[in-house]
Write a protein that binds this ligand. Structure first.
Ligand code: NAD
Length: 436
């Protein structure tokens, strides 16, 4: 699905007109391309507190240009984890102010902190919570496709900083901005960064097209053996994609009464990564909502992921250290007129991740939600033009995301080391104003 306004705004004439009329001027975001090796193509600046030492230990694997001060910047890491009093927060202004006009196109910035709820001193907790307001605001001030995230680094999570920065400092997170993510200790590690999912088998539901197809391609790119599932009418597309990716396909309606039994039978060697991507919309305001519309959305989007995950767990098919990823939506965070059924189902998924995570931790299994904003797919192409335009522009990046953007976030959460993140909802929404 193409966004003609971006094409126009980036043409020579369009650029002048957009500037003169004060219209939004979204830039083309830099994205990860197959075959690329280094996460950062340009200068990386590292500053701040003690965690900079951890980053310095692997920074030469991220880029060839590392600076403690320097030229135009492609990536910035600032460790604010030791700012424990209000007075110390000025270090944020002192560090970031001089470099705000010195960033390259699609620059990626990351701030480290300590999760406020882990600090016993109320003033320290307050100083660390202040990082959230600062980060989200600075993310909104970035231009030219820049992004910024806050990572709260827990005790023992230092070993997972490389995996997190390989995602958040690279074009893999092109459409993720203004996010707050908590990293905790995790026993498993990526062995080979060129194929971080090697040796793992991944199931993707709703994989015949759209975001699901992109997730399957990305997981296969990262070395996973993929199992693609979709409804029987989508079998031709599903089989073709599975053949191209060297995986296998399962034509199955996830709401069928015997879906769990069929799925388990088709996964004789079990599964390491489960991506519940299949989803539907049946939009109506509640006054006009039919029982069929309500039931269908709740059945596909919420009940099926619950039932299937539980069956995979109970049968032993879900391996230790598995990664479960639920495709939610910012509708489930902000609510959306005409989507009471859809938003309920997607909020339910976020709740499922939150509630299940602590129970699965003993087996090293993580469960997270990914909440996309406006993504250019067949689903969003059906939205009426004015609403579609509003959905695209109402974010810090001023444009819709691509299926690849959601897929990259899923692929990161699927990595062995990403057990560091669990029970959380990661928005892939260009810092949409909805529900922010
Ligand atoms: N496109 C967006 O902007 C957007 C935004 C937020 C969230 N999402 C979520 O991302 C996911 C993928 O969205 P998309 O835009 O690619 O949708 P899509 O409609 O293009 O693809 C969904 C896929 O799920 C499959 N599916 C539906 N019901 C199924 C069932 N009962 N059993 C098995 N497969 C079934 C469909 O056949 C289809 O291939 C969905 O969960 C959606 O809610 C999308």
């Amino acid at each position: 699905m193409s966004d003609r306004y971006i094409d126009f705004a980036n043409s020579a004439l369009g650029h002048r007109l957009v500037g003169a009329l004060g219209l939004p001027s979204p830039v083309r975001l830099e994205r990860w391309e197959a075959g690329r090796l280094r996460p950062v193509n340009g200068a990386l600046l590292i500053g701040g507190g003690p965690l900079t030492q951890n980053v310095s230990a692997f920074a030469n694997k991220l880029t060839e240009q590392i600076y403690s001060y320097g030229p135009k910047l492609k990536a910035v890491v600032f460790d604010a984890s030791d700012l424990m009093q209000t007075g110390q927060l000025k270090q944020l202004r002192e560090f970031f102010q001089p470099l705000m006009k010195n960033l390259e196109h699609s620059a990626h910035l990351v701030i480290f902190g300590r999760a406020p709820e882990t600090l016993s001193d109320p003033f320290a907790a307050s100083a660390q919570r202040a990082l959230e307001g600062f980060s989200r605001s600075l993310a909104k001030e970035l231009r030219n496709g820049g992004t910024l995230q806050l990572l709260y680094v827990g005790a023992g999570a230092e070993g997972q900083l490389e995996g997190a920065l390989r995602f958040f400092l690279s074009p893999k997170s092109a459409y993720v901005s203004g996010q707050v993510v908590r990293l905790n200790a995790c026993d498993t590690q990526v062995q080979d960064w060129t194929r971080p999912l090697a040796g793992r088998t991944a199931l993707v539901t709703g994989a015949a097209r759209g975001i699901g197809a992109s997730i399957a391609e990305t997981l296969a790119r990262d070395g996973a053996q993929v199992v693609l599932l979709d409804v029987p009418p989508a079998k031709t597309d599903l089989d073709a994609l599975a053949a191209r990716l060297g995986g296998h396909s399962i034509a199955l309606d996830i709401c069928a009464e015997d879906a769990a039994a069929q799925l388990i039978e088709q996964l004789p060697n079990g599964i390491d990564i489960v991506v519940h991507n299949a989803g539907i919309t049946r939009d109506k305001t509640l006054a006009n909502m039919t029982p069929e519309f309500w039931d269908a959305v709740l059945a596909v989007n919420l009940n099926a992921p619950q039932v299937l995950t539980k069956a995979l767990l109970d049968s032993g098919a879900l391996h230790d250290n598995a990664r479960v990823i639920l495709l939610a939506s910012i509708s489930g965070i902000a609510g959306n007129r005409g989507q009471a059924n859809y938003a309920a189902s997607k909020a339910g998924l976020i709740g499922l991740a939150q509630a299940w995570a602590p129970l699965l931790a003993a087996r090293g299994i993580s469960i997270n939600a990914v909440a996309p904003g406006f993504i250019e797919t067949r689903m969003t192409a059906q939205i009426p033009f004015t609403l579609r335009e509003a959905g695209r522009r109402m974010s810090s990046l001023g444009q819709g995301g691509l299926p690849q953007d959601v897929a990259e976030a899923v692929a990161w959460l699927a990595q062995p080391g990403s057990g560091a993140v669990s029970g959380q909802a990661l928005r892939v929404c260009g810092q949409s104003v909805l529900g922010a």
